[in-house]
Design a protein around this ligand. Structure first.
Ligand SMILES: [Zn+2]
Length: 144
C-alpha cells in the first residue's frame, strides 16, 4: 500500500510519462503495440493512486471521528475552577449550596463529578466509591 506522499510522487511520474507519450505520438515514433503498453502502464499507475486515495479517505474519516471524541471528552473536563470552592468536605459552586461535587475528582483528576445523595447527610462518588459527609460540629463527639 502506498502512502499519500508516494502516491503524489507516482502522480508526478505519471504526468511525465503522459508528456513523453504525447511527444512520441506527435513525432509518430510509437507503434500501436507501444501505445497499448503505455496505456496499460498509465492505467496501473492510476489504479494505484485511486487505491491510495481511498485508503487515505478511510484514515481521514477515522481521524475525524477520533478528534470529535477527544473534543467531546475535553469539553466535559473544561470548567472554570474559580467558580467552585471547597467547604463542608465537598466542592460547591461559589455561593450556591445546591449540588456538591467530589473533591478528589475535582482536585486530583480535574473533573466535575456530582456527588449522589445517599442518606440525609451522606454523599457518594460513584467514580471513587467514596462517601462524604458535610462537616457538622454537633456530630464531632470524641469517644475514647
Ligand atoms: Zn470522585
Amino acid at each position: 500500500m502506498l502512502d499519500i506522499a508516494a502516491s503524489l510522487s507516482l502522480a508526478k511520474n505519471t504526468l511525465d510519462l503522459i508528456r513523453g507519450v504525447r511527444e512520441a505520438v506527435k513525432q509518430k515514433k510509437l507503434s500501436n503495440e507501444d501505445m497499448l503498453d503505455y496505456l496499460n502502464t498509465l492505467q496501473d499507475k492510476i489504479v494505484d493512486m485511486k487505491t491510495t486515495l481511498a485508503d487515505a479517505d478511510d484514515e481521514n474519516r477515522e481521524l475525524k471521528r477520533t478528534i470529535t471524541e477527544l473534543q467531546e471528552k475535553l469539553a466535559e473536563r473544561q470548567f472554570n475552577k474559580d467558580h467552585y470552592e471547597f467547604h463542608d468536605n465537598m466542592v460547591w459552586e461559589v455561593g450556591i449550596r445546591r449540588q456538591p461535587y467530589c473533591p478528589t475528582c475535582f482536585y486530583v483528576d480535574d473533573r466535575l463529578v456530582p456527588l449522589q445523595q445517599r442518606g440525609r447527610q451522606e454523599y457518594h462518588c460513584a467514580i471513587h466509591e467514596k462517601n462524604f459527609w458535610p462537616y457538622n460540629p454537633q456530630s464531632q463527639v470524641l469517644s475514647f
